[in-house]
Design a protein around this ligand. Sequence first.
Ligand code: FAD
Length: 478
Amino acid sequence: SPAIVWFREDLRLTDNPALQAAVSSGRPLVLLYIHDEETKGLRKLGGASKWWLDKSLKALAADIEDAGAQLTLRSGKSADVLDQVIEETGAEAIFWNRRYEKPERDLDAAIKEDLKSRGLSVSSYNARLLNEPWDIETNAGGYYKVFTPYWKSASQNYRPAPTLGKASALSSREVKSEKLKDWDLHPSGPDWSTGFDDHWTPGEAGAIQRLKDFLDGPVNGYKKNRNRPDLDDSTSGLSPHLRFGEIGPAQIWRAVQAGMESGQVNESDGRNFLSEVGWREFSYTLLYYNPDIATENYNDSFQHMPWRTDSFAYEAWTKGQTGYPIVDAGMRQLWHTGWMHNRVRMIVASFLTKHLLLPWQKGEAWFWDTLVDADHANNPASWQWTAGSGADAAPYFRIFNPITQGEKFDETGDYVRTWCPELKDLPLKHLHAPWEADDATLEKAGVKLGDTYPKPIVEHSDARQRALDAYDTLKKKR
Ligand code: FAD
C-alpha cells in the first residue's frame, strides 16, 4: 500500500528526511501538498508569501515530474483532505517534516493520534532547523533567552548528519489533483508583484544557485558588508528559500563548512554568516516556547506602553512617504521586491515603534503581508527585538536616528537613489536629510518638498523625546 508524503514548509527534493524515509519504505508514494485556509487558528499567508508559494509549488511539481512522479494538490482542511486521500489510495503510512507554530503543532499532533489509532504509521522529521528547540537547554534547564550563549551551545554541539542527497526516480500513485492556477495565489486586481520576477527564482534550483553564488564570492566580506544596503549582494538573499524550505539550514551549514575547509570561504565571514542563520534558530526557539509571539509582548511590561493610533502616519510609513529617505527607500524596496535589507528593516521598525510610537504588531502585520520571506518565527521575534519588548532585545531607549543611519549604512547613497528616484540628483551631503538643503540646492535637484517628496512627518528630536517619555511612563508602572 502507498505512503503519503505531506509537503508543507519543505518544498524540496534534496536533503528532505521525510521524503527520503518514504522512498526507503519502498512503497509507492502519494506526494501531497494541502492548501489549508480553513483549519481554525492557522495564520493565513500574506500576499507576497502566496506569490512565492505559487512559483515554488510550480517548481516542485516540475522537479517531481522530472523524477518520474506527480505532485498532488488539494485544498481544504488538512485533516479532511488527508482522510479523503487515505480513502482514495488505501495509504497506510504518512511521512512529514515538523512545524513549530503552536496551531500547526496541535493540528499535526491531533492528526497523528487519529491516524495511529486507525492503524496507520506516522513518521515525522526535522528538515527546518539545525537543532530542535527542545534539544538546546541551559545548564539549569529551560531554554536560552539570550542569543550569545544560545548560539555557543547550539553551534558547539551541532554535527550535521550526512546529506541525504536528492530523491530521484520517484514512483507515485496517480491521484486526482487540483490545478495550481485555481488557487489564485498570484496577486490580481491589482498585480503589485510585477517587480518580483527580476529579483527571485522561487524553487529548489533557485535556492541552490543562490547559495552557490553567495559562497562563490560575496560571502567573503560578509562581516564588513552585511550592514550595507547600498551594496549588491551584501547578504545572501536566502531568506525566502529558507522560509519555504527549498533549502534547509543543514545544507547551508555543510556548504559553508566545506568552503571554510577548502579555503574558499574566510573563517570569520563564514562563522559570522552561520551565526545569522543561528538567529533564525533562536527565533524558532522563542516561537516554540512563546506561541503568541506574533501578538503578545514577550516582555509583559510593554502591555502598558502608551502606543498611539494614527492612521495617517501608519499609511505614510507603509507607502514610503514619511519624508525620511532611508525609511522610505526601505518601505518601497519591500513593496516592489517583497524583501528589505536587514539593516533597513531595523531602521524602519525603529521608526514605526519609536518615532511614530505605533505598536510593533502593526508593523509585523504589514511585513507579514508584504515580505516574500514572512516567517512565523523571524518576523515577530525581530519586530519585538527592535521594539524592545523581545528576548535579548535592543533596549527601547536606543532610538535609531534615521539620518545618521542613512549616512552611515547607505554610505554611497545608491540605496536611496534607487528607491527614491525623485531625490537622485541631490548631493550626497543632503540625500538623507533633504529638508536641510538650501532652496537653490533643492531647486537644482528638482526637489520640491511637500510636492515631489514629502516633508518629514515628524521632527526627529521631538519624536525621539516623545518616545522616551512614553517609555518612562512604562518604567514607572513596573
Ligand atoms: P543573510 O544576511 O544572508 O542571512 C542568512 C540567513 O540567516 C537569512 O536568510 C535568515 O534566515 C537568517 N538571518 C539573517 N539575519 C537574521 C536576523 N536578524 N534574525 C533572524 N534570522 C536572520 N527574517 C526572515 O527570514 N523573515 C522575516 O519575516 C523577517 N522579518 C524581520 C523583521 C524585522 C523588523 C527585522 C529587523 C528583521 C527581520 N528578519 C526576518 C531578519 C532579517 O532581516 C532577514 O532574515 C534577512 O534580511 C534576510 O536576508 P538574507 O537572506 O540576505 O540574510
